[in-house]
Design a protein around this ligand. Structure first.
Ligand code: NAD
Length: 721
C-alpha cells in the first residue's frame, strides 16, 4: 500500500511537473503531519527522478495556496520540548533547502492567499507568480501572533529584500500585501489574471530558466543594502533596536525583538547557519506564554467571533441595503463612511444640510487619501461617495432597513429623533443607537418596537477602530441581535455582544483602569512614572493622557448619574479615590482635559506639551513610591476584576467577546491575549491571580478583593475556557 500523499504529481509533455497541494481532510492546506510526510516523499522523488523532468510548478487545489503553520501545535510548545521541536522544524526546512537546490527551476504558482508558512514555501521557489483573485495576499503575519516566521521566512526575506526592507515591510508588522503591492515590494515576480494564466506564466518561466538557482546560491551574492559588516549599514544599525524600543514603548513583546535579532545575526552567516539561528529564536517565542496568549486571542477567539459565536442561533443571515445615520458629527460621519465603503446606501441626516454635507466631506477626505496612496481607484472612491446622501429631512430615510443614531449624548434628544423617523423607515427596520453611556433599556422606552431597539456602539475613529459593541436591552429580541451582528460583519468590523449595563462592558472596564492611574496621582506618585508604568505594561497610551482625551467632566457626569441610580435602588455608593483628584482639578484649577487645553498635561496649539508642573504642588507628586509592578497590576487587575463582575452580572456572554473586546476596543495590552486570558495566564493560574488580588486589596483598597465566583473557580482548579 502506498502512503497517503497530499501533493499531487502531474508531468506535462514539456517535462514540467506540477505539484498540487490538496489536503484531503481539510478545507485549507496547513503544515500538519500529512504535509510533512508528503513533502518528504515528494522531495525524494524529485531528486531521484531529476533526469526525467525539466522544471517544477507548485500550486494548490484549494481556494487559498497554503494556510500556514499548525497553531494548535505551536500553542502547546513548552520549554522542555526544545530538542524535539528544533529537530522537527529543521527537518521541514531541510526539505525547502533541498527544493531550492534541486538544480531544476521551481516556480510557485500562488492561486490565493499565501501567508506565514504558505509564503515560506513560495520563498523557497526560484520564482513567484501570484494570481490576482479575491483574497489573494502574501505576507508573514507571524509577529501578530507573538511568533516569528521560522520556516525560512526571516532568512529568505532578508536575502531577497535586504535587512531593512524585510524588517519594515514584512517582518516586524506582519503586513499582508495584495498583488500590486506585493509586486512593487518584490515579494512576488509576476501577477496572473486567472488560473490558466497563472499556470501558463509559471511554466513559461520554468522553461525559459532551465538552470535557475536562488540569488543567494550564486557565487559573490551580497545581501541587498548590505549587512552589519558593511560600514554604511553598520552606521545605521544602532538605530534599529532603539526604534523598535520606541515603537514597543517597553511592552513585554518578545517576538519583534527576536525577529530583529534573527534577521541581523542571520545576515552575517551562510544560509544554513542562518536558518538554524532562526529556529532557535522561533523556539524561544513559541515556548513562551505571550505567543500562546496571542494565538488564542488573535486566531482562535477572533475566529470564534467572526464565525458568529455570539450570534443567536436559528436566524437567517441578514444584509442591510439602506441605513439611516442620524447625526453627522464625528461618529455619524465615520459610521456613514464604513457602511458606504461596504456597499450599503447611506442617508446621513443632521439638523441642517450644511452639517450633513460636512459629515459626508469626512468620507471624501479618507477616500482621497486612499486614492493618492494607490489603495483605491478614483472610480471606486466616487462609487462609495455616491452612496452617501446628506440631508436634513427625515423623509429621505424612507425604506431604510437600519437606523444608527449618533446625535448628542442626551436621552431626551435621542428619544425625540427616534420618534421623528420611526414611522419613516421600513416597518421592520433595526433601530440602533450609538450611545456610549446611556442604558439601552431606558432609551428603548422611546420607541414603539422595543424588541427591535439595540445598542450598536462604535469606537472612535470609526474608520480605523475594528470593534463594535452590540448591546441587548431587556426587551431586545434575539432576532435583532442576530441582525446587528450580521451588519457589523457586513461592514467588516468585529462584533461583540453584551447585555445592558451602565457603561456596557467596554466603558465600564476601561473606567476602572483610568481610575487607578488617577488615584495614584492623588496618592502622590509621580505622574511620569504612572505614564511609564502604563505603556510598559503594554497599553497604547499613558492612562493620564487618555483621561485628558476623554475630558474630566464626562466621568463626573456619569458618576453622578450612576450614584443617583444606585441610591434610588436602595444601594450604597462606594466612592473611588480617583474622584477627589478629578474634582480638585476641575473645581480648584479649572483643568478639564485636552478639549479645554488643560488636563494632566499642558497643551500648546492643541498639542501635548508635557505634564502640568502644577501637579507637584496640587498632589505632592513624587512623595509616594509604589513598586512598579504594583502600579501596573493595579491597572491590569482593576480591569480583569471588573470583567469577572461583568460575567457574574450577565453583562458578558462569551470569553472571546471579553478578550477581543478588551484588546480591540479599550487598548488592553495585546500580549496578554485579552482581559480574561490575562487571568488564566497569571503566574499560578487563577489561584495565583486571586492571591495577588487579595494582596493588592490589603495595600490599596477593598475594590481589589477577588469576586467569589473567581475564588471558587480557582478552588476547583479551573481556568476560564
Ligand atoms: P458630535 O457632537 O460630533 O455629533 C453629534 C451630531 O448630531 C452633530 O453633528 C449634531 O448637529 C447632530 N444632531 C444633533 N441633533 C440632531 C437631530 N435632531 N437630528 C440629527 N442630527 C442631530 O458627537 P459624536 O462624538 O459624534 O457622538 C455622537 C454619539 O456617539 C453620542 O451619543 C456619543 O456618546 C456616541 N459615541 C461617541 C464616541 C466618541 O468617541 N466621540 C464613541 C462612541 C460613541
Amino acid at each position: 500500500m502506498t502512503e497517503k500523499n497530499m501533493i499531487g504529481w502531474d508531468q506535462d509533455a514539456d517535462g514540467i511537473v506540477t505539484l498540487t497541494m490538496d489536503d484531503p481532510d481539510a478545507s485549507a492546506n496547513t503544515m500538519n503531519e500529512l504535509f510533512g510526510t508528503s513533502l518528504a516523499a515528494t522531495i525524494d522523488r524529485l531528486e531521484k527522478d531529476k533526469d526525467s523532468f525539466t522544471g517544477v510548478v507548485i500550486t494548490s487545489a484549494k481556494k487559498t495556496f497554503f494556510a500556514g503553520g499548525n497553531l494548535q501545535m505551536l500553542m502547546a510548545v513548552k520549554p522542555e520540548d526544545a530538542k524535539e521541536f528544533t529537530e522537527r522544524v529543521d527537518l521541514m526546512k531541510s526539505y525547502f533547502r533541498r527544493l531550492e537546490t534541486l538544480g531544476k527551476p521551481v516556480v510557485a504558482a500562488i492561486n490565493g492567499a499565501a501567508l506565514g508558512g504558505g509564503y515560506e514555501i513560495a520563498l523557497a521557489c526560484h520564482h513567484r507568480v501570484l494570481q490576482d483573485v479575491k483574497g489573494a495576499e502574501v505576507g508573514l503575519p507571524e509577529v501578530t501572533l507573538g511568533l516569528l516566521p521560522g520556516g525560512g521566512g526571516v532568512t529568505r526575506t532578508v536575502r531577497l529584500l535586504g535587512i531593512q526592507s524585510a524588517l519594515l515591510n514584512v517582518l516586524l508588522q506582519g503586513q499582508r500585501h495584495k498583488p500590486a503591492k506585493a509586486l512593487e515590494l518584490g515579494l512576488v515576480d509576476e501577477i496572473a489574471s486567472d488560473r490558466d494564466d497563472l499556470l501558463a506564466k509559471a511554466k513559461a518561466w520554468a522553461k525559459a530558466n532551465p538552470a535557475a538557482v536562488q540569488p543567494w546560491d550564486v557565487k559573490g551574492y551580497k545581501i541587498p543594502g548590505g549587512t552589519p559588516s558593511s560600514p554604511a549599514f553598520a552606521a545605521n544599525l544602532p538605530a534599529f533596536p532603539s526604534n523598535l524600543k520606541k515603537q514597543l514603548k517597553g511592552a513585554p513583546m518578545p517576538a519583534p525583538r527576536n525577529i530583529m535579532a534573527a534577521a541581523v545575526e542571520g545576515a552575517q552567516v551562510d544560509i544554513d547557519t542562518a536558518t538554524k539561528i532562526e529556529t532557535r529564536y522561533l523556539f524561544d517565542v513559541a515556548s513562551g506564554q505571550v505567543s500562546t496568549n496571542m494565538i488564542k486571542a488573535f486566531f482562535f477567539d477572533l475566529q470564534a467571533i467572526n464565525k458568529g459565536g455570539s450570534r443567536p442561533d436559528g436566524y437567517q443571515p441578514w444584509t442591510s441595503k439602506k441605513v439611516l445615520v442620524l447625526g453627522a458629527g464625528m461618529m455619524g460621519a465615520g459610521i456613514a463612511y464604513s457602511a458606504a465603503r461596504s456597499g450599503i446606501e447611506v442617508v446621513l441626516k443632521d439638523v441642517s444640510l450644511e452639517a450633513a454635507e460636512k459629515g459626508k466631506a469626512y468620507s471624501e477626505k479618507i477616500l482621497g487619501k486612499a486614492v493618492s496612496r494607490g489603495q483605491l481607484t478614483q472610480e471606486k472612491a466616487d462609487e462609495v461617495l455616491a452612496r452617501i446622501t446628506p440631508t436634513d429631512k427625515a423623509a429621505d430615510g424612507a425604506g431604510a432597513d437600519l437606523i444608527v443614531e449618533a446625535v448628542f449624548e442626551s436621552a431626551d434628544l435621542k428619544k425625540k429623533v427616534f420618534a421623528e423617523v420611526e414611522h419613516v423607515v421600513a416597518p421592520d427596520a433595526l433601530l440602533g443607537s450609538n450611545t456610549s453611556t446611556l442604558p439601552i433599556t431606558g432609551l428603548a422606552e422611546g420607541v414603539r418596537r422595543q424588541a427591535d431597539f439595540i445598542g450598536i456602539h462604535f469606537f472612535s475613529p470609526v474608520d480605523k477602530m475594528p470593534l463594535v459593541e452590540i448591546i441587548a436591552g431587556e426587551k431586545t429580541s434575539d432576532a435583532a441581535v442576530a441582525k446587528a451582528v450580521d451588519f457589523t460583519l457586513q461592514i467588516k468590523k468585529t462584533p461583540i455582544v453584551v447585555n445592558d449595563s451602565r457603561g456596557f462592558f467596554t466603558s465600564r472596564v476601561i473606567g476602572t483602569f483610568i481610575n487607578e492611574a488617577v488615584a495614584m496621582v492623588g496618592e502622590g506618585v509621580a505622574p511620569s512614572s504612572i505614564e511609564q508604568a502604563t505603556t510598559q505594561a503594554g497599553y497604547p497610551v499613558g492612562a493620564l493622557a487618555l483621561m485628558d482625551e476623554l475630558t474630566f467632566t464626562l466621568p463626573r457626569k456619569i458618576r453622578e448619574e450612576t450614584k443617583a441610580a444606585v441610591e434610588a435602588a436602595g444601594g450604597k455608593w462606594t466612592p473611588h479615590p480617583a474622584e477627589v483628584v478629578l474634582d480638585k482639578l476641575i473645581d480648584e484649577y479649572d483643568r478639564k482635559g485636552r478639549s479645554t487645553g488643560a488636563g494632566f498635561y499642558d497643551y500648546v496649539d492643541g498639542k501635548k506639551a508635557g505634564l502640568w508642573p502644577g501637579l507637584k504642588d496640587a498632589f505632592k507628586s513624587g512623595t509616594a513610591e509604589i513598586p512598579f509592578q504594583d502600579m501596573q497590576e493595579r491597572m491590569l487587575f482593576a480591569e480583569a476584576l471588573e470583567t469577572v463582575k461583568c460575567f457574574d452580572e450577565g453583562v458578558l456572554r462569551t470569553i472571546p467577546d471579553a478578550n477581543i473586546g478588551s484588546i480591540f476596543g479599550i487598548g488592553f495590552p495585546p500580549w496578554t491575549g485579552g482581559v480574561i486570558q490575562y487571568i488564566n495566564q497569571y503566574e499560578g493560574g487563577l489561584t495565583g491571580f486571586a492571591g495577588r488580588a487579595k494582596e493588592l486589596a490589603d495595600r490599596y483598597g477593598e475594590r481589589f478583593n477577588p469576586p467569589q465566583s473567581l475564588v471558587e473557580k480557582a478552588e476547583r482548579g479551573e481556568s476560564y475556557e
